[in-house]
Design a protein around this ligand. Structure first.
Ligand SMILES: C[S@@+](CC[C@H](N)C(=O)[O-])C[C@H]1O[C@@H](n2cnc3c(N)ncnc32)[C@H](O)[C@@H]1O
Length: 306
């Protein structure tokens, strides 16, 4: 395994939280390299896996052929913001029945971050693209060109926590040449923020903020979570793994609200985090927070739905 290969985070913890039962259906909303999917299959479950990334789906189709052919895995190139219609149509086609769990492992895979030509990384020099789904119309370089300085500043601060947000936004907008490559952007940031002092490269936060904005990651979570709850069977569970404060806040607020509305139980008042050993073996896991919600619609709500 190399530093450019995705290592699945909270693998044991997430699979255990799903309470996988033999021949029951589970959704892996963020397939990636299929680490969680494989574990659910090993535990006897069946999986419908979503990913918006063409490369993740095509390599998954090859690697997982032995699960796809007998019908234990359905692999779909689709946004998890579309879970409800996709699952409805699979149910209408009688390909699946009840769904007992949905897993979200938000963000990007190591393959995406380390790819040399997709613009996620400040290490190399490639066009500032950053789309996980290449069917999207707007790339990171377009955001830099189209968004006014004050909104860019807000974006860098809110989605990246960047303290030099104003200076960086202004420098981008007053640059004599458009900023269209990863190298141009990381050099511009290095000029403003100075050389790397701590563990984080000075461009980390701006790159993260742009990636979240290009892929409308928070909006997708806001759309995907309620649809996941809707398609779950009674006692089914939603398990989320978030790496970014904004993502985790969205999950936490949603679970709290659902509990107040008697839609089920928030099983993690405090998030589950990786062990010291996991962090040592995979430093990328250090910011992961896992939360679990169990659906339990009250009798009164069932009557209202029916
Ligand atoms: C952190 S990786 C998942 C890794 C996976 N759990 C594993 O063990 O290999 C996140 C994956 O989710 C995908 N993704 C991100 N947002 C998505 C969305 N809205 N809908 C579907 N897939 C998404 C990305 O393309 C990426 O492959």
């Amino acid at each position: 395994m190399t530093a450019n290969t995705h290592i699945t985070v909270l693998l044991e913890e997430a699979t255990k939280a799903l309470l996988v039962k033999k021949d029951h259906w589970y959704i892996d909303a963020t397939f990636g390299k299929g680490g969680h999917t494989q574990k659910i299959l090993n535990a006897g479950g069946k999986v419908i896996a979503f990913d918006i990334d063409k490369a993740a789906i095509s390599s998954g189709k090859e690697i997982f052929a032995s699960s796809i052919v007998p019908g234990n895995l359905i692999l779909i190139r689709e946004n998890f913001a579309q879970i409800f219609p996709v699952i409805q149509s699979l149910k209408e086609d009688r390909q699946i029945n009840e769904i007992d769990g949905v897993l979200f492992d938000f963000g990007t895979s190591t393959e995406q971050l380390k790819s040399e030509d997709r613009g996620f990384s400040f290490d190399g020099d490639s066009p500032l693209d950053m789309r996980m789904d290449d069917r999207l119309g707007v790339q990171a370089k377009d955001l830099l060109a189209l968004i006014p300085a004050d909104q860019l500043e807000e974006l860098f601060r809110d989605l990246g926590g960047e303290t030099d947000a104003r200076k960086i936004a202004r420098a981008i907008k007053s640059s004599p040449v458009p900023i269209t490559t990863t190298k141009q952007l990381s050099n511009l940031i290095l000029k403003i923020s100075g050389k790397q002092k701590g563990k984080l490269h000075p461009a980390t936060k701006v790159f993260q903020a742009l990636r979240i904005a290009v892929n409308t990651e928070l909006e997708n979570i806001m759309m995907g979570l309620p649809q996941a709850l809707e398609i779950l069977a009674q006692k089914g569970r939603i398990v989320t793994i978030a790496f970014h404060e904004g993502e985790d806040r969205e999950v936490k607020t949603t679970f709290k609200l659902w509990e107040a509305e008697n839609k089920g139980e928030n099983l993690t008042k405090k998030p589950v985090v990786p062990t010291a050993e996991e962090i040592k073996n995979n430093p990328r896991s250090r910011s992961a927070k896992m939360r679990i919600f169990e659906k339990n619609t009250s009798d009164q709500q069932k009557n209202e739905i029916e």
